[in-house]
Design a protein. Structure first.
Length: 323
């Protein structure tokens, strides 16, 4: 009775119609005759018809012509020496049961009076569900008493899945992002919704600034973001920063050499970054000690050199070589 575990509630046992035993004549009356048997059947049929006309649960029915007819037939049977003993009192209409009797919920009923407490449908030919001493058809029982699915709000008739402090149809408990039913790996919860592991990480885990994949374990925080250890390398040469220092340009990390290459601060003489004093000549930068004549290697001074191709010469060497 009621809801049982995860599955469908176990319905109460199917009810059955039990024919009234053939009335026994009172002593010393003669054995019942065919006429008496026919009268007894007629009495039962009239009682059944009266019950249907009056309906169920209507309280004490008013006196009707059928009541008078039944009373008259009962007296006629008694005059013939036959007593039609009632099979019980109907729990719905409170009138004696003559004919078929139905036993359910520890009471006796006219078959047509044993009905669903919500919709009134007769329950004499199939299983029923009991709740609070009342009988219900399957649909009304589930609508009134079964747990509701948190996804579709419909009653759960068979297996029920409990998760996130709610109940669900098993087929309706799926990832809120991709819609797939969860497998053995289970689910992760965010804001009251379930997610598969893959989508949870894709939607909520921080993304690596290098590869844009979710960061789930060891990481580096730099440049206002997080990075996988293997992804935090020079953007140009992909070399890690073993010294622990790096240079930033437009939100990306660079080693010293490629940072200065991007910035145009590489010495044209030695090919190394210019980090201190700098000489700019012919659109190129030089360490002061590397700004020398290509021929004599003497240090040049602004305004006293000549450019030939991409090389610099002092005045005497230029005149000696090219004039």
């Amino acid at each position: 009775r009621g809801w049982r575990g995860l599955g469908l509630s176990t319905p109460s046992s199917a009810i059955s119609s039990i024919p009234v035993p053939v009335p026994k004549p009172q002593l010393p009356s003669p054995p019942p005759t065919e006429a008496a048997r026919q009268l007894d059947e007629l009495l039962a049929d009239l009682g059944h018809m009266q019950s249907k006309l009056l309906g169920q649960g209507a309280g004490v029915p008013v006196e009707s012509p059928l009541d008078n007819m039944l009373g008259s037939l009962t007296r006629d049977l008694q005059e013939l020496g036959i007593t039609a003993a009632p099979a019980g009192v109907c729990a719905a209409c409170r009138k004696p049961i003559a004919g078929k009797v139905l036993t359910a919920l520890g009471k006796t009923w006219h078959p047509e009076h044993f009905t669903c407490a919500r919709c009134g449908r007769e329950l004499d030919k199939g299983p029923f569900f009991e709740q609070g001493g009342q009988a219900f058809c399957e649909d009304d029982y589930h609508q009134a008493f079964s747990p509701r699915c948190a996804y579709c709000a419909g009653p759960i008739r068979e297996k029920v899945l409990t998760a996130l402090e709610q109940t669900w149809h098993p087929e309706h408990f799926f990832c809120a992002h991709c819609g797939k039913v969860f497998g053995d790996e289970g689910f992760l919860e965010r804001n009251g919704k379930p997610y598969c592991h893959q989508d949870f990480l894709a939607v909520f885990a921080p993304k690596c600034q290098g590869c844009e994949r979710p960061v789930t374990d060891n990481y580096i925080t730099a440049l206002e973001g997080v990075w996988h250890l293997e992804c935090f390398v020079c953007t140009e040469c992909l070399t890690g920063f073993t010294s622990g220092s790096f240079f930033e340009l437009e939100g990306r990390p660079y080693c010293e050499l490629h940072f200065h290459q991007r910035q145009g601060t590489i010495c044209h003489g030695c090919g190394r970054p210019v980090t201190g004093r700098c000489i700019t000549a012919a659109g190129r930068r030089y360490h002061p000690e590397h700004f020398v004549c290509t021929y004599c290697l003497g240090r040049l001074h602004k305004g006293t050199f000549h450019e030939r191709g991409d090389k610099m010469y002092c005045q005497p060497c230029h005149d000696k070589l090219f004039v």
